[in-house]
Write a protein that binds this ligand. Structure first.
Ligand SMILES: *Cc1c(COP(=O)(O)O)cnc(C)c1O
Length: 399
């Protein structure tokens, strides 16, 4: 690269960061390096690469140009020293966790988490001698009383999934590091993307993503990312990925994500402007009981939203003034909003967290996390907003 990209704007970085030079051919679009392995020039070179004395590719589980392009792009956008792409969000989260954690360690996590992350901490981690405390991290007193001498990791999503509670990243990072600067504060930034929120700038140590969602943005790839200090990302690669999870992403899927990332900022602007209009419509409708959306003026964490988020995001949860059967009938009657889990796609998606994404939560855990039986979650897509509102309006009129 001729330019120092670190001084360029977000849109320039999302397009140009991680550019791969192919001398003599000079393609504009990145070729797909669809290869499992890389040929060494001689035995000494192979040995030097394994000994980490020479940079260069060895084998696609350990690294591939298309994967590195995605890692470099996301790192450039998160203002991180380095980034790595993995084969799913859970691949990224588990690779990150297994790189940090040992038997006997303790984790503090927010009480509202993505269902599979919650299951990792409640079902997998205890099998290997670890323990997790779940608490409401919107209250710093809960955090202070949960930290222990063997705490190694503090983990949360903000806004949280699906109640959209926002957590003050700066305040949590300060509190944790004042207690013990070696504890890693890890933020799942899937709901915001670095266009809206950059946790590392606010004092977090590591950012993880489900790249399946907005970063790829087109609903056709499962992937994940970890961003942070270069030495930590190297450990994630050489330990967590290489020895534990093996969660490497295919070159083709990496190519698709690089392609998706080039339009991240304009997609996020439209996702959010659509979501603001829909949240206002839902709030004004007599059959809607409650709307959870960080962009509404009466949203409880509004001051934190203004401090750490550029835009309010495009995830909306809401409850109807209706029985469970009628809520279900409403979801079934929609024609444009697709009934599907996942989020961050061009298509608007609707789902029921208590029975779908958060079905690993017990009834008590659901109520502690503020996930009600009647809560419905929308991921607002990029369609014409009037059409989406009409679809929701028709559905509400039918019940
Ligand atoms: C989807 C999601 C994950 C898991 O990512 P996968 O790509 O499905 O493995 C983790 N965190 C959040 C907030 C998510 O939405």
């Amino acid at each position: 690269m001729k330019h120092d990209l670190s001084k360029k704007g977000f849109a320039t970085r999302q397009i140009h960061a991680g550019h791969i030079e192919v001398p003599g051919i000079n393609p504009l679009a990145t070729p797909i390096f669809q290869t499992s392995t890389f040929v060494f020039e001689n035995a000494a070179q192979g040995a030097a690469r394994f000994a980490k004395k020479e940079k260069g590719y060895i084998y696609t589980r350990l690294g591939n140009p298309n994967q590195d392009q995605v890692g470099a792009k996301v790192a450039a956008l998160e203002n991180a020293e380095a980034g790595i792409v993995l084969s799913s969000g859970m691949g990224a989260i588990s690779t990150c966790f297994w790189t940090i954690l040992e038997s006997g360690d303790h984790v503090v996590a927010n009480d509202t988490l993505y269902g599979a992350t919650y299951s990792f901490l409640t079902k997998a981690f205890p099998r290997y001698g670890g323990e997790a405390t779940f608490t409401d991290l919107t209250n710093l007193e809960n955090l202070k009383s949960s930290l222990r001498s063997n705490t190694k990791l503090v983990f949360f999503e903000t806004p949280a999934n699906p109640n959209l509670n926002v957590i003050d990243i700066e305040a949590v990072a300060e509190t944790v590091h004042a207690f013990d600067k070696n504890i890693k504060v890890v933020v799942d930034n899937t709901f915001c993307t670095p266009y809206i929120q950059r946790p590392l700038d606010l004092g977090a140590d590591v950012v993880v993503h489900s790249g399946t969602k907005y970063l790829n943005g087109h609903g056709d790839v499962i992937s994940g990312m970890i961003c942070g200090k270069a030495d930590f990302i190297e450990k994630c690669r050489s330990f967590g990925l290489s020895f534990v999870t093996g969660a490497s992403l295919s070159p083709f899927d990496s190519f698709l994500i690089s392609r998706g990332l080039k339009t991240l900022d304009i997609r996020m602007e439209k996702h959010c402007s659509n979501a603001i209009a829909i949240a206002e419509f839902l709030e004004g409708h007599e059959k809607v009981n409650k709307v959870y959306y960080p962009g509404l003026p009466d949203f409880p964490g509004r001051e934190i939203v203004k401090k750490q988020m550029k835009l309010p995001g495009a995830m909306i949860s809401f409850e109807l003034n209706a029985s469970k059967a009628k809520s279900e009938a409403f979801i079934n009657s929609l024609e444009l909003c697709a009934l599907a889990v996942s989020l961050g796609d061009t298509e608007t998606l609707i789902q029921h967290p208590a029975s779908m994404t958060h079905n690993s939560y017990s009834k008590q855990a659901l109520s502690e996390a503020g996930i009600t039986e009647s809560m419905i979650r929308l991921s607002i897509g990029l369609e014409t907003v009037d059409d989406l509102i009409e679809d929701l309006k028709d559905g509400l009129e039918k019940i």
